[in-house]
Design a protein around this ligand. Structure first.
Ligand code: SF4
Length: 413
């Protein structure tokens, strides 16, 4: 159920390249990447992980190609993969050539550790002849030592210069089928480097905060860097680098793009109120139950779990579907309109059943099928709760009166 995209800075228009069937840049949807953690020589294990990553939201998957057995593995993996495969190459240009022999859809070269111009030109010429794109993957942690010296450290200018030099080698053999990354583990450095890269190049940019670490800190760092740039219109493909199951990287990438309105929602978006003195249920527990019951059903809807019927349906009126608790009952609502009142212990199961029907039948049909008495029953529950708890369940006004009293401002209370 698509929603209108929020007003972000318009996307920077770049050249377009194709990684297998996936267009990157030039107005194509921002794509999600992740990387396998298996030995690439382990064909079945790697393919199992690739399928998991694709199901989690990855559009493109990268595998290391660090030895001959890995390249042989790629020859088996590429034709059986559900998504395009990129070979990640460091130090050894022969591995890049072997990966091209294996039929990969893209290469990632690190200019910081693959430094000989003649080898770079050889790989670029081979990629050119085969129509395979290359990512120039600059990394602050493995910057070319000469650039490190010249710029006095891994500065944004040094990272961008590394990419520019690599592009120049490619240009010598007439190759420009390129995307660029200038990653760093420091979020401010990464943001500054990508902003400069966006001013310098018209090639698509691959965004990432490298070595971000385990969640939640790794997720926060990745989101801070990637989302800031996407909101500025910068970035054509993204990767979270988490010390975690790589499927969580793919999920995070997908969820970020959906949250920014840059990709259509294809899975569940569960929202829940933060709970307060009005809550009639344990919101955290019920939200968790709902998440577990719904998340693997591939329902592209936003579902709200709200702690009370007094404010819940109104606060979550933008959600496709929601449940709010009150007087040991649950008020089931669609786009803010109460459609059924159910016993509290059936809240989650009713929510799941209605979610399935909503996706199958659509909002209009489900609103038309609403229980005719639901609104009246819900109104009675709300009135009873307001009677019992008053309109200030958090006792804020009492506290404010005490504060005024302390400062001798009783007249204001
Ligand atoms: S008022 Fe109700 S819906 Fe809002 S935070 Fe409190 S319990 Fe949740």
């Amino acid at each position: 159920m698509p929603r209108s995209a929020p007003a972000l800075t318009p996307r920077r228009l770049t050249r377009q390249i194709h990684v297998g069937s996936v267009a990157v840049g030039g107005g194509a949807p921002v794509s999600v990447q992740s990387m396998t953690t298996t030995k690439t020589a382990d064909v079945e294990g790697t393919l199992t992980q690739i399928y998991g990553l694709a199901a989690g939201g990855a559009d493109i998957v990268r595998c290391t190609c660090n030895e001959e057995e890995a390249a042989e593995g790629l020859a088996h993996i590429v034709p059986r993969s559900p998504v395009p495969i990129i070979a990640d190459v460091h130090f050894h240009h022969e591995m890049a050539l072997a990966a091209l022999d294996a039929g990969v859809h893209g290469l990632r070269l690190n200019p910081g550790n693959l430094r000989k111009p003649e080898e770079i030109r050889l790989v670029a010429a081979e990629a050119r002849d085969r129509g395979v794109p290359i990512r120039i993957g600059v990394n602050a942690g493995s910057l070319h030592p000469e650039l490190y010296r010249r710029f006095g450290g891994a500065t944004p200018e040094a990272l961008v210069e590394s990419a520019r030099m690599e592009l120049a080698y490619f240009a010598e053999v007439g190759f420009s089928d390129v995307k660029i990354s200038v990653k760093a583990s420091s979020v401010p450095l990464m943001i500054a480097a990508y902003r400069l890269a966006a001013e310098t190049f018209d090639h698509p940019l691959h965004l990432g905060v490298t070595e971000a670490g385990p969640p939640p800190a790794g997720l926060i760092k990745g989101t801070a860097g990637i989302a800031t740039l996407l909101a500025e219109g910068i970035g054509d493909t993204i990767r979270y680098s988490l010390t975690d199951d790589p499927v969580s990287e793919a999920r995070a990438g997908r969820q970020l793009l959906e949250a920014l309105g840059l990709r259509e929602r294809r899975g569940l978006d569960l929202i829940a109120c933060p709970s307060c003195g009005r809550a009639e249920i344990d919101v955290i527990a019920v939200a968790r139950q709902a998440q577990e019951a719904l998340e693997n059903r591939n329902l592209p809807i936003q579902v709200a779990v709200m702690g009370c019927v007094v404010n819940g349906p109104g606060e979550a009126r933008e959600a496709d579907l929601g449940i709010a608790a009150g007087r040991r009952r649950g008020h089931l609502f669609i786009r803010g309109k109460i459609v059924r009142v159910v016993p509290e212990d059936e809240m989650v199961s009713e929510l799941v059943a209605e979610a399935e029907r909503l996706v199958a039948e659509g909002v209009e049909a489900r609103l038309a099928a609403a229980d005719a008495h639901a609104e009246a029953e819900a109104a009675a529950d709300r009135a009873e709760l307001l009677d019992a708890r008053g309109s200030d369940a958090n006792a804020a006004q009492v506290r404010i009166a005490e504060i005024h009293h302390r400062f001798g401002n009783d007249a204001q209370s």
